[in-house]
Design a protein around this ligand. Sequence first.
Ligand SMILES: Cc1cc2nc3c(=O)[nH]c(=O)nc-3n(C[C@H](O)[C@H](O)[C@H](O)COP(=O)(O)OP(=O)(O)OC[C@H]3O[C@@H](n4cnc5c(N)ncnc54)[C@H](O)[C@@H]3O)c2cc1C
Length: 435
Amino acid sequence: MSAAYYLQKANRSAILFEKSPRLGGVIETNRIEGCLVEGGPDSFLSAKPAALQLIKDLGLESEVIGSNDHLRVTYMVRHSKLVPMPDGLAMMIPTKIWPMVTTPLVGWGTKIRMALEYFRKPEVVGERSVAEMIRSHYGQETVDYLAEPLLAGVFGGDPEQLSANAVLQQFVELEMKYGSLTKGTLARRAAAPATTGTLFRTMKDGLGTLPTAIKNAIAGKVEIRHGTVERIEKSAHGDYLVNGQPVSHVIVCTPAWQAADILRSIAPKAAEGLGAIGYNSSITIGLIYDRATFPHPLNGFGFLVPAKERRRMAACTWVGTKFMHRVPDDKVLLRCFVGGTGGGLSDTQLVEEVRVELQGWMGINVAPVAQNVVRWNRAMAQYTVGHQARVAAIVDELKVLPGIHLAGNAYEGIGIPDCIRMGKTAAERCYAAPS
Ligand SMILES: Cc1cc2nc3c(=O)[nH]c(=O)nc-3n(C[C@H](O)[C@H](O)[C@H](O)COP(=O)(O)OP(=O)(O)OC[C@H]3O[C@@H](n4cnc5c(N)ncnc54)[C@H](O)[C@@H]3O)c2cc1C
């Protein structure tokens, strides 16, 4: 949709092919019992500018809201209890001494190791998994109780498989320069200008505002055709055929496994690489309760569940505390995340399991008044070891097909701002090319 928006902004004609009857991909905002329930993403990082730029281009700046950072506390489940994450963490990198000394989240062995890490010398190491990298700096407990749950929240992935170079690029650079990740993070922070505003932003009426606004902006300029693209072929005139429609450029924004099928007949080697990019599934479960009988103070943004402790849930957001304009005063909204496809359980069975876990960790002994289960199958690309080389090889293979461009969460960043940036860049490549 970003690609379509920037194409029409540059006065290029375009057709948007969309498999689903709904636009927006994994962005899906629902209204239930007066609550705004995000079925997919709930916010985006403000540090990456492409999302805020698109919002500005759409004239929606006044609708951007930040998270309620004065209330930010995130808990981690440890020994079946919610333990607040210590202050001063830059992702999983500790930068403050006292909160680490006093936290019950990790033991003394890990705390001592964290202190000694400060004295590591710079080194250049080959590509490793996230787990290998963090283990070598801070030990296994930091992998289990910080890196794994934090990254599962973003990638839904396994740190033993995820590539440090692809998902922790900044930390890999700090390691080369400073040796110690703690020292490097502190040095970077001291050198960087103070950032203003909140880390996470969203739209007052939900992220669904964005696809709706784009749909309105492109109306009459970009033709939207609902239906699955089966394959892209080369025409006798040197351009491409998308479901038989002749076009000079194609921006393929589907998940990589779909792109592999679509491109196989004209780019078999690139298709092989695209098919090798793994995907994870996830499920979001929105549970709405009456505030009057809800037994928990919701004093934070929610909690993460390390795989070591995990039964079914991977995380839970206390939506009304994290964001304004989501939950009326008489309701409570919990957004629970389950990794994978749910092991064959029905929606009702999943909700039952999640409720048992919520009772154990938060003491919730009342029933929700409404629920919303959304399943995302094979939606999250996995940047496993070798990812950057795989993507470079795919891009190389596609050089012989100059009108074919790729965008989406499989390549250079999983979050919304990166996907918007890639859509915009692909659009620019189309109109920069001679037509
Ligand atoms: C549950 C969940 C929570 C997330 N939370 C966040 C968050 O809070 N913040 C954040 O920044 N990111 C988050 N992400 C990640 C981010 O939302 C996604 O990576 C990003 O939105 C994906 O955008 P995309 O355009 O690459 O893919 P998609 O949104 O998957 O869009 C792909 C589109 O292609 C269509 N399509 C597929 N095949 C075909 C075909 N053959 N023909 C025609 N159309 C086709 C699909 O129907 C879909 O509309 C989350 C993701 C999930 C699943």
